[in-house]
Ligand binder design. Structure first.
Ligand SMILES: [Zn+2]
Length: 125
């Protein structure tokens, strides 16, 4: 019998974000393409072959933008949810982190930030 492994929360969160992004790109692409096809069918009177070629080119451009935009929105919202649920934790004290740009308030992290700031000031001087 296979033993069930307990993955860290950050690994689970990262996998969920990648799966959500991978699903949202084709969904966004197909949605934008379907809307553009509907608009082309509704407002293009002639339905010429050149109109279809023009529609396909514009559909590819806007479909990619739509897919990437939907993926960015969903991944960003999912990332905020993961931080709120405590999936990402400090590697030193184990406290739940508040955000990607908000470091933990424990002593070890403060010490690292202080050492990094002093190193940066030495390189400038
Ligand atoms: Zn900490």
């Amino acid at each position: 019998m296979r033993q069930k492994t307990r993955l860290p929360g950050s690994t689970i969160a990262l996998r969920q974000i990648w799966v959500a992004g991978a699903l949202c790109i084709p969904v966004g692409f197909l949605t934008v393409s379907a809307i553009l096809f509907w608009l082309w069918r509704k407002y293009d009177d002639g339905h010429s072959w050149w109109g279809l070629v023009d529609w396909i080119i514009h559909s590819l451009e806007l479909g990619v933008i739509g897919g990437l935009g939907l993926a960015a929105i969903v991944m960003s919202v999912l990332n905020r949810i993961h931080f709120r649920l405590g999936y990402h934790r400090c590697i030193y004290c184990g406290r739940a982190l508040k955000g990607i740009d908000k470091p933990c308030s424990c002593l070890k992290i403060a010490e690292l930030l202080r050492a990094n700031a002093s190193e940066a000031s030495k390189k400038v001087a």
